[in-house]
Design a protein around this ligand. Sequence first.
Ligand SMILES: *[C@@H]1O[C@H](CO)[C@@H](O)[C@H](O)[C@H]1NC(C)=O
Ligand SMILES: *[C@@H]1O[C@H](CO)[C@@H](O)[C@H](O)[C@H]1NC(C)=O
Ligand SMILES: *[C@@H]1O[C@H](CO)[C@@H](O)[C@H](O)[C@H]1NC(C)=O
Ligand SMILES: *[C@@H]1O[C@H](CO)[C@@H](O)[C@H](O)[C@H]1NC(C)=O
Ligand SMILES: *[C@H]1O[C@@H](CO)[C@H](O)[C@@H](O)[C@@H]1NC(C)=O
Length: 253
Amino acid sequence: MALTSSLLLLFSISFVQLQFLAEADDQFVQSSAAYYPDSAQNGTSDGSCGYGSFGATLNGGDVSAANSLYRNGVGCGACYQVKCTNAKNCSDNGVTIVITDSGASANTDFILSQLAFSQMGQTTDAGTSLLALGSVNIEYRRVSCSYPNKNITIKIDESSNFPDYLAFQIWYQQGNQDITAVQLCETVNLTCKLLNRSHGAVWTVVSAPSGPLSIRMLLSGGDEGDETWVVPVNNIPQQWKAGDVYDSGIQVN
Ligand SMILES: *[C@@H]1O[C@H](CO)[C@@H](O)[C@H](O)[C@H]1NC(C)=O
Ligand SMILES: *[C@@H]1O[C@H](CO)[C@@H](O)[C@H](O)[C@H]1NC(C)=O
Ligand SMILES: *[C@@H]1O[C@H](CO)[C@@H](O)[C@H](O)[C@H]1NC(C)=O
Ligand SMILES: *[C@@H]1O[C@H](CO)[C@@H](O)[C@H](O)[C@H]1NC(C)=O
Ligand SMILES: *[C@H]1O[C@@H](CO)[C@H](O)[C@@H](O)[C@@H]1NC(C)=O
């Protein structure tokens, strides 16, 4: 009897977990995708997200422009699994891309880098035959980004002008949540102010406070719907410089 009920309990727990997993996995959405025709193999260094040259090599060059999924820049850095469906040579898993740009061509949701587009094929040759099609039917779903051995990283944008104008990008955020707000905090007196997203993944403050700064990020609700402020371990040093890259010392999943 006791054995039966613990088995039953075990069964119910696995059942609950399975349901949870099923909910956590987004459903595939049908759409179509094209690729940047005149780009280098890799991504693009002038994408609207403002990642600069980082946008060309991010995720090994498997990047994409998004149409409505760009969401005024909130979609920058989000990861999607994209697989073609109409061609015989499509692989089962397709490719996982990161959004670095905004754009559409003939009702597509994605304009992939050539590299990413061809990776939807089963083989290199199959990828080449996909490229010849120009655009293909796809299905896609949001997936977690994964950057092994990387913390969330703050890149001080080249447009910054010490000590007043501070613009920065947020790199390598794992998981499948959005950064919906950013606070800049003075670490000396813990005064924080909300920043504006200037464009894409770039946040700016016109008159930056002096002293070491802490950049807090609000992550959109995950499966439980709770928003959370992520507080970095490391500060931006007092003498920050345009072009510098600072490790936040934290990562999310
Ligand atoms: C493409 O990306 C790879 C690594 O992601 C990099 O080594 C290479 O230099 C890039 N090529 C171009 C043309 O940007
Ligand atoms: C599949 O790929 C091969 C090359 O690997 C190509 O010759 C063939 O035309 C492709 N088939 C389709 C239906 O695209
Ligand atoms: C954000 O934008 C609003 C409206 O343009 C402006 O009033 C506010 O000062 C900006 N905040 C910062 C931190 O620059
Ligand atoms: C990430 O941050 C932790 C400290 O919070 C540090 O120990 C670790 O070395 C960092 N990882 C990388 C890859 O920089
Ligand atoms: C921290 O607090 C804010 C708001 O009260 C002030 O504007 C800053 O000048 C102050 N910073 C320092 C270093 O005292």
